[in-house]
Design a protein around this ligand. Structure first.
Ligand code: SAM
Length: 243
């Protein structure tokens, strides 16, 4: 059965934007609930892989409410978070304002824009991350091309997203969880089952970690790695733009 928030082609972005506008206020709470808090560990892993150096410039695409952007900034990177949803960015900006004066010194800059058409020149960033974003783009390949374009030589490109487990039994169990428990959590705590049923629908249309790694190799990234988490239910793709 198709999902209210999924449409192929040109209508996709408007539907995705509508989805995140509706759930922005409950997004962080629901993330903790549906992942049992594990998304925090996975994001931590992304930030470790980013290997922030003094003076690093970091870009976090599809930053949403800002988890990765805040974490990169806390490690000392001059960080920009980009998202096309005014509502998700609104929550990120409120989080910035609630920081203590000390931690506010390291606060990301939040920019509204399209991850498939970045408003930055080429070779601008030492780190380019995207968490749970690539899967939502009309063209995930175009998103990766843009990540590559704005990355400096030697920059780390890191993608965190839902994955597709290689083991058929585990995949079936995991997809059943995404089909039943996750929309139920969405209905009970956000009043919106479809918004959470969208995760499985979007994953079905996303070729996930192996294809992302192939695309990274096609872009001639170095040190391309797939880090499977929870048996491939989540995955981190890593690659370095050649120096
Ligand atoms: C699942 S949320 C991820 C938020 C955050 N990165 C995290 O890990 O918690 C996906 C985000 O991607 C954003 N998004 C989707 N398509 C986009 C696009 N074409 N350009 C910019 N942002 C986009 C949505 O607005 C939403 O905030």
């Amino acid at each position: 059965m198709s999902n209210t928030f999924y449409a192929p082609g040109e209508q996709r972005a408007a539907k995705v934007n509508d989805l995140f506008a509706r759930i922005a206020r409950r997004y962080d709470f629901l993330n903790d609930l549906q992942s049992f808090g594990l998304h925090r560990l996975w994001k931590h892993r992304v930030v470790d892989l980013a290997a922030v150096q003094p003076g690093s410039h970091a870009l976090d695409l599809c930053c949403g409410t800002g988890d990765l952007a805040f974490a990169l900034a806390q490690r000392g990177a001059e960080t920009t978070g980009l998202d096309f949803s005014a509502e998700m960015l609104g929550v990120a900006k409120e989080r910035s304002q609630n920081k203590t004066p000390h931690s506010a010194l390291r606060t990301p800059q939040f920019v509204q824009g399209d991850a498939q058409q970045l408003p930055f020149p080429e070779n601008s960033f030492d780190i380019v991350t995207v968490g749970y974003g690539l899967r939502n783009l009309t063209s995930w390949e175009r998103g990766l091309d843009e990540m590559f374009r704005v990355a400096k030589p030697g920059a780390r490109l890191i993608v965190l997203d839902f994955g597709k487990p290689a083991n058929a039994l585990w995949r079936a169990i995991y997809f059943a969880h995404l089909k039943m428990s996750v929309p139920l959590i969405g209905l009970l705590f956000c009043g919106n089952a479809s918004a959470y049923a969208y995760i499985l629908e979007s994953l079905k249309h996303y070729p996930a970690q192996l294809a992302v790694a192939d695309k990274m190799r096609a872009l001639k990234l170095a040190d391309v790695r797939v880090i499977n988490l929870l048996g491939g239910a989540m995955a981190i793709n890593y690659g370095k733009k050649p120096a």
